[in-house]
Design a protein around this ligand. Sequence first.
Ligand SMILES: [Zn+2]
Length: 481
Amino acid sequence: MMRKWIKYVTFIILLLMLVGCGQPEAKYIFFFIGDGMGTVQINAAERYLAAIENKPGIIPLAINLAPATGSITTNSKNRYITDSGAAVTALSTGFKTTLTTLSMDAEHRYPLKTIAETAKERGMKVGIISTVDIDHATPAGFYAHQPKRSSYYEIAKQLANSNFDFFGGGDIRQNTDPKGIDKENIIDLAKRNGFIYINNATAFNYLQPGAGRVFFVHPDVNLDYAMPYSIDMDKNAITLSQIVDKAIKMLDGPDGFFIMVEGGKIDWACHINDAATSIRETLAFDDAVKVALEFYSKHEKNTLILITADHETGGMSMGTTHGDNNVDLSKLQWQTGSFSELTREYRDICDVLIEEYGVDSVKNSVQWAFDFVREQTGLGDENKGLDLNEYEMNDLISAYEKTFIGKDRENPLEYILYGSYDPFMISVSRTLSRKVGIGWTTFSHTGVPVPVRAFGVGAEQFNGYYDNTEIPKRIQNVMAK
Ligand SMILES: [Zn+2]
């Protein structure tokens, strides 16, 4: 009798506790998006870390220590293989839309509310961070609503008119109205709306909580308006992690925050089939996740960290016929810069040589190009285990010659070989990948599912296999009211 009574009371107490506590809520939400970051991009970074230390297997990234793991399908409304516009719309609003659309319905009739806008309505502070231009599809899909992701001026205007609290990373592409209707430029508009505009390291470092709403543009943005690739960065340059750290300091407070962080250049590196650069970008992205994890360790009860991707890029794989079951990613450590930077250097040298010796002479002397590549990537260097066989040599020589003859855009084989890139340097990039055991199927996106990882409050909601439109709905379920 007594035992029964104890059981009954315990049951009532547990019931009261459950009702009293309610659902745990996330007051601090981190939403990390690795653009183009499939399972292999993450795994390649893990294998690389182990390989350069001569260890078997992997050294896991922080991302992969998450207690909750899932994967999502990514298709857009009108094509199985998505683009960043339709993908971010799914991730930020929970709706499928058409390619290149930004947070609007498929017919472009009305805007769709984003999870960042919901966070703002609930009184949270909102930060949007990206390594690429801040008007690029992924970051823009959280604050802008446009039929076309390429409407850069309109997107930037929505940034400047938004009520968000922190923008950081890359630049905007279009500061002035191309139609000449608006007289005020975007930066002035943002300032008039109460943003402090910062584009140098000193001001960034001095930035203190309470300073107000921030619009930070990385001081080293290059011609494509993005932050430099990690592999190309100066030692003292501001990193993605530092921007995340600054955003946390600026936005932390009783209202809580929602911070979206995009590693945008994983995608860019994979478009150009550049394995070493993809790995470095993924590692830099993981470092940024570690900053969020540090915050989480002090606010475990009300923080959610979610990590996912918008789609995979490049069809990256491990294992190639030329690698013959050997994957040795340690050989990627010799690469001194991203292939987009190395291509720029290569073309500069080529131009100088042509000026000096004439086109015909340069066309017939490929040796300088091989020397350049050996110096900058190790490819062709026997001592680094990257010597070229006859087939590979011939392949590269014909790609080199293509640079001078010009590519035949109508020829499908040439597109398969070189895409829209410099024939020689893209061939170098792909040869290097193949030799270390990394394969690529495309210069574009793929339709494979992408990983989801979650830490903290409500993390278990993100287990399983589901569609990308579920992500913002599940975030909203745990977001503090
Ligand atoms: Zn993307």
